[in-house]
Design a binder for this molecule. Structure first.
Ligand code: NIG
Ligand code: FE
Length: 424
C-alpha cells in the first residue's frame, strides 16, 4: 500500500477528535460531553482536508510533500478550530455612553425605544464608507482568528433599510472571499424597526422580505435572522419573512427570548430554524419544541454578562436534550467578547456547562448550528483541516483561565493563519 501524502502534520498532541460521530446529528445527552480524546495523537492533512488521524509514531509512515508543515505539539492539546455561530462584526462606532448608563440602571430595551442602542450603531454604520467598514471587520476577524476561530457566522443588521443591508452583505461577501477562515453570512433582516418607519412594521417587513430574492440570487446570505423580543418584533410579525426565506431555500435563525419570553423558542422550532439564539428566558414548552425540531440552542453568555440579565441555564437545555452551541455574539451593544475561549469560560461559569460540554458546544454543535455539521468541527478524515493547538496539556484550562491567551497556533483549511509566541 502506498503511504498517504500530507502537507500538514500535528503530532505528539493530546488530540481532541470530537469523534465518534457515527450519528451526524447535533449532539445531546452523553455525546454532548464526548470530546474523543487521544493521547500522543496526531492529525494529518493534505490540500485543506484531513487525510488521517492516529496515535504514537505511525504518522512517520506518511509521505510528506515538499514544504510540508510539521508541528510537534509536545503534549499540548490539539483540537478542532473553534466555531463562532453568532456575531455582528459589521458595524462602526462605539456605545460607551450606553454601556455606562446601563451599568447605573438604564434599561437596554428602553434605550432602544428612545432611538439609541441598535439605532446609534445603525447611524454610525450607515455613515461609514465601504473601505472603513471592511477595515473594521478585518481587524475584528484577525483578533477572533488569533483566539482560535476558524469558522464564523457574520450578520448584517445595522443597516435596517434593505438597500443598506445589501451594502453590508456585499462587504461581508468581500471579507469572505479574501479570508482563509470560513465565513457564514446571515441577513439580519429584522433587527429593529427603522425610526423612519414611523412605527409601521408591515411596510418595513415587506421590504425586508422583498430583498430576499436578490440576496438569494447573489448568494449573499445563508440564513435570515430576526430579533424577536418584547417591543421589537413579535413572532407573527416576522413569520411571513421566515416563510419566504424557507421557500427560497434560505436557512432561518432567531434572536429568541433574550430578555423576555415571547414564545421565540417555539416560533424558531415552528419555522424549522437551524438555530435559536440567546434563550435566557425560554419556557419549558419552548425547550420541548426545540428538542422535537432538532433546532440548536446557541447560548450567548457574553451579552447576559454585559447587559446584566440572568444567563441561560445550560443545565435546562441539557436536561431537555436540546443540542447546545455557544458563540461570542460579538457586537458593540451587548457583547464585546473577542474570542471563543472567553465564550467557553463564560458558558461554564455562568451557564453551568461542563468544560467538555462547552468544547462540544464550541466545535461540532456550533458547526451544526451553521449547517456545517459534516464539514468541520471534528478531527476526522475527510473534514476541513481546521485545527488549533493550545498552550496547555489540559483542555479544562480553556474553561478556567478567562482572558488568558491559550491558543498557540491556528490552522484553517490546512493553512497556518495565526501563531502566538508565548513567553513562559
Ligand atoms: O444579540 N439583541 C439583539 N441583538 C444583539 C445586540 C445588538 C445591539 O445592541 O447592537 C444581541 O444582543
Ligand atoms: Fe446577536
Amino acid at each position: 500500500m502506498t503511504a498517504k501524502q500530507a502537507d500538514l502534520v500535528i503530532h505528539g498532541a493530546r488530540l481532541l477528535t470530537l469523534a465518534p460521530i457515527g450519528d451526524e446529528r447535533p449532539r445531546v445527552g452523553p455525546a454532548a460531553a464526548d470530546i474523543g480524546p487521544v493521547d500522543k495523537g496526531w492529525v494529518a492533512a493534505r490540500d485543506g482536508a484531513i487525510v488521517a488521524t492516529g496515535h504514537g509514531a505511525a504518522w512517520e509512515r506518511l509521505e510528506l510533500v515538499d514544504r510540508a508543515v510539521v508541528e510537534d505539539a509536545g503534549g499540548r492539546v490539539a483540537m478542532p478550530g473553534l466555531i463562532d455561530p453568532h456575531t455582528h462584526l459589521c458595524y462602526a462606532g462605539t456605545r460607551w455612553d450606553e454601556f455606562v448608563a446601563r451599568r447605573s440602571g438604564s434599561d437596554y430595551l428602553a434605550i432602544l425605544e428612545r432611538g439609541g442602542g441598535i439605532h446609534a450603531t445603525v447611524r454610525a454604520t450607515r455613515s461609514a464608507t465601504d473601505d472603513e467598514l471592511l477595515a473594521l471587520m478585518r481587524s475584528r476577524l484577525d483578533r477572533l482568528i488569533a483566539a482560535g476561530t476558524t469558522t464564523i457566522e457574520v450578520k448584517s443588521g445595522y443597516g435596517l433599510e434593505p438597500e443598506e443591508e445589501l451594502r453590508q452583505l456585499r462587504l461581508i461577501a468581500r471579507l469572505r472571499a479574501e479570508s482563509l477562515v470560513d465565513i457564514a453570512p446571515t441577513y439580519l433582516a429584522a433587527h429593529a424597526l427603522p425610526l423612519s418607519a414611523g412605527g409601521e412594521k408591515r411596510p418595513f417587513l415587506r421590504a425586508a422580505q422583498g430583498a430576499l430574492a436578490e440576496i438569494e440570487r447573489e448568494h449573499l446570505a445563508e440564513a435570515v435572522d430576526a430579533f424577536v423580543e418584547k417591543g421589537v418584533f413579535e413572532p407573527e410579525d416576522v413569520a411571513p419573512l421566515m416563510h419566504e426565506a424557507a421557500a427560497l431555500g434560505i436557512a432561518r435563525t432567531v434572536h429568541a427570548d433574550q430578555l423576555n419570553d415571547v414564545g421565540g423558542a417555539a416560533f424558531a422550532a415552528r419555522i424549522e430554524a437551524r438555530s435559536a439564539d440567546h434563550l435566557s428566558r425560554a419556557s419549558a414548552d419552548g425547550l420541548r419544541a426545540l428538542e422535537r425540531a432538532g433546532t440548536v440552542a446557541v447560548l450567548l453568555p457574553g451579552s447576559a454578562l454585559f447587559v446584566g440579565y440572568p444567563p441561560p441555564d445550560g443545565r435546562r437545555f441539557v436536561a431537555h436534550r436540546v443540542p447546545v452551541a455557544i458563540g461570542t455574539d460579538h457586537n458593540p451593544g451587548t457583547s464585546p467578547l473577542e474570542g471563543m475561549p472567553a465564550a467557553i469560560a463564560l458558558a461554564v461559569t455562568l451557564c453551568g456547562l461542563t468544560p467538555q460540554e462547552a468544547i462540544v458546544a464550541a466545535t461540532i454543535n456550533a458547526a451544526h448550528a451553521l449547517g456545517r455539521g459534516r464539514r468541520t468541527g471534528a478531527l476526522v478524515e475527510g473534514r476541513r483541516a481546521d485545527v488549533i493547538v493550545l498552550d496547555t496539556d489540559d483542555e479544562r484550562e480553556l474553561a478556567y483561565r478567562l482572558g488568558a491567551r491559550l491558543v498557540r497556533s491556528v490552522y484553517a483549511n490546512g493553512k497556518q493563519v495565526a501563531t502566538t509566541e508565548i513567553v513562559s
